[in-house]
Ligand binder design. Structure first.
Ligand SMILES: NC(=O)c1ccc[n+]([C@@H]2O[C@H](COP(=O)([O-])OP(=O)(O)OC[C@H]3O[C@@H](n4cnc5c(N)ncnc54)[C@H](O)[C@@H]3O)[C@@H](O)[C@H]2O)c1
Length: 343
């Protein structure tokens, strides 16, 4: 089915749970979209959709979505274990697909989805929301333009008390966000991953994880994930050769601070003390706007589906993130031993 520039894209949302209901709201609102179907296994979820959007068809059967020729794009926000099968079937039926994170639970599955999307010439995008966050886009500009100099390392914390999941551990639940940001900012894949963590609340389901991504040229990303922590923290710190940046997503307004701080290496020092010169400069809070990341993400999916552009969080990016998560999972199971990402 070809889509002309001005026609809205007909969308089905699969999984109208805690997160999927936000997709339902967004695709019902956006100008370039027509929400036609919502699919969920739970009648109670569908009843809420029916009440809010009487013109939208609701169903508990996924076949109704893939078999409907009127559906052009499928947004998958069901359980992670179903993402691969549902995305594959939608792509094979000629639909564009936006699949929530984690894209799949195995790298082989993610690779297969990339092939299927290429064969079908359909858009495959992954819901790595932070890549559409204006603060992350700003950080990427600061890195790409070398305003902060060379990016040496970064560290992220995604901590909270609660949201304890039974179907996935803290690595697969929270990790996709920070891994996606690290890959985006370093613009490459890590070579090696190490991860240590523990399951305190439920047997075999890790509650807290410390992951380290080892990038080429000794660059590092360290990620601390936990749903068993007294603090609610969502913060990323970048350390560059000239400047440092802190993105604090819990700050209502000033989400980014650029610190003109660093250690300069003097080429012709007067003395050894003079060789490494510590610089304490100003702190800048740039204006980054207040656009809702999910709105930007959904709009990007509509635009890429319409004009054939490659999404920022395309299937290949999703595959790279799953490869890192799979390597981290393996490292966790080997008590923190280093695991090559493409091994
Ligand atoms: N991008 C983000 O920031 C973000 C945030 C939260 C959750 N998520 C992701 O979104 C997905 C959903 O998370 P959630 O918190 O909404 O979970 P949830 O359990 O609240 O909702 C999942 C919904 O999917 C439905 N479902 C499951 N299998 C289905 C099937 N075969 N057909 C139709 N419906 C089906 C369930 O009935 C349920 O209503 C997960 O992959 C999660 O990781 C992403």
């Amino acid at each position: 089915m070809t889509i002309t520039g001005l026609e809205p894209l007909s969308i089905a949302v699969v999984g109208a749970g805690e997160w999927g209901k936000n997709h339902v709201r967004m695709f019902a609102q956006l100008k370039g979209s027509r929400l036609v179907t919502v699919c969920d296994l739970e009648e109670s979820r569908l009843a809420s959709v029916r009440a809010a959007y009487p013109g939208v068809r609701v169903t508990t059967r996924y076949e109704d979505v893939v078999r409907d020729p009127a559906v052009e794009g499928v947004v998958i926000a069901s359980f992670a274990a179903q993402h691969y099968d549902q995305a594959r079937r939608a792509l094979e039926a000629g639909k564009h697909v936006l699949v929530e994170k984690p894209m799949t639970l195995a790298a082989e599955e993610a690779e297969e989805l990339v092939h299927v999307a290429t064969r079908a010439a359909r858009c495959l995008m992954v819901g790595h929301l932070l890549l559409y966050h204006p603060a992350v886009v700003k950080m990427n500009q600061l890195v790409a333009s070398e305003e902060i100099g060379e990016l040496f390392y970064l560290y992220s914390q995604r901590l909270n008390l609660g949201q304890v999941r039974k179907d996935e551990n803290a690595l697969w639940s929270f990790g996709p966000h920070d891994v996606a940001v690290a890959l985006y900012l370093f613009a490459c894949e890590p070579e090696m991953v190490t991860a240590k963590g523990e399951a305190f609340l439920q047997k075999g389901i890790v509650d807290v994880v410390f992951v380290t991504l080892h990038f080429p040229q000794r660059k590092l990303a360290h990620i601390h994930l936990s749903w068993l922590d007294p603090h609610k923290i969502r913060r990323t710190t970048l350390v560059g050769s000239r400047k440092m940046v802190v993105f604090d997503d819990m700050e209502p307004n000033d989400k980014i601070r650029i610190y003109d701080k660093g250690v300069d290496i003097r080429r012709q020092p007067m003395s050894y003390e003079d060789y490494l010169h510590v610089r304490f400069g100003d702190i800048l809070i740039p204006h980054i706007g207040s656009a809702e990341p999910l709105r930007l993400e959904c709009q990007h999916f509509l635009d890429c589906s319409r004009n054939g552009a490659t999404p920022r969080s395309d299937g290949v990016h999703g595959l790279q993130v799953v490869r890192v998560l799979a390597a981290a999972q393996k490292s966790l199971e080997m008590d923190g031993a280093p695991v090559p990402v493409k091994g």
